[in-house]
Write a protein of this length. Structure first.
Length: 175
C-alpha cells in the first residue's frame, strides 16, 4: 500500500466535493484486479480491487503494473495531466467524464485501445456509502493495454463499447 501526506490526489471544486467513488458494480462487471489505484480516497472505505493505493500526490509518484484511475473530474483541463500520465504508463483503465467534444477527450480517445461509454449515468458513491441522485454528465472507461481492453469487453453490457479498427485509424462501435 502506498500513502503520502504531502498533497491530496483529490481536489475540491467550487461549491462541492470533487471526490467520486466508483460503484462496486463496475468492478464486478470488469472482472479484474488492479496492481494500483492511482487516485484512491484518503479516507473511508475502499472497494477498488487493487493491491496498492496512492491517495496523495499521485502525479509526482511512479505508477506500476495494471492501474485503475478515477481522477478528479474538477474544472476544465484538470484531467489533461492525469490522462497524459495514464497514456504514457500504457496499462490500465481510466474512468473519466464523457465530454466527447472537449479537446482533452478527443486527444486521449485517439490513443485508447477501447472506450466504454457507460449507460445509464453513473451514480457515484460518497464516503458514507450513499449515492448521488442526479449525475451531471455521462462517464466513459478508457482502456490502455490488452488486459484493459479485455476488461471492457467483459463489461460491455454496461454501455456502448467502441473498439478501433486495426490499422485503419478509425473506430468501430459495438453495443
Amino acid at each position: 500500500m502506498i500513502e503520502d501526506e504531502a498533497m491530496s490526489a483529490w481536489e475540491r471544486c467550487v461549491g462541492a466535493t470533487d471526490e467520486r467513488r466508483t460503484p462496486a458494480y463496475i468492478f464486478e462487471a470488469l472482472g479484474v484486479e488492479f496492481d494500483l489505484d492511482v487516485a484512491a480516497p484518503a479516507e473511508g472505505p475502499r472497494h477498488v480491487p487493487a493491491h496498492g493505493w496512492i491517495s496523495r500526490d499521485s502525479l509526482a509518484k511512479d505508477w506500476y503494473g495494471f492501474i485503475w484511475m478515477n481522477p478528479p473530474f474538477g474544472p476544465r483541463n484538470v484531467l489533461r495531466p492525469w490522462l497524459e500520465k495514464f497514456i504514457a504508463h500504457g496499462d490500465g483503465l481510466a474512468l473519466v467524464p464523457d465530454r466527447t467534444s472537449a479537446p482533452w477527450f478527443q486527444e486521449a480517445a485517439a490513443k485508447m485501445d477501447a472506450i466504454l461509454f457507460l449507460s445509464p449515468k453513473v451514480q457515484f458513491e460518497r464516503a458514507d456509502g450513499s449515492r448521488g441522485k442526479s449525475p451531471g454528465t455521462g462517464t466513459a472507461l478508457l482502456a490502455k493495454g490488452k488486459r484493459a481492453n479485455d476488461a471492457l469487453v467483459n463489461a460491455s453490457r454496461l454501455g456502448l463499447l467502441v473498439l478501433p479498427l486495426l490499422g485503419k485509424g478509425r473506430w468501430l462501435g459495438k453495443g
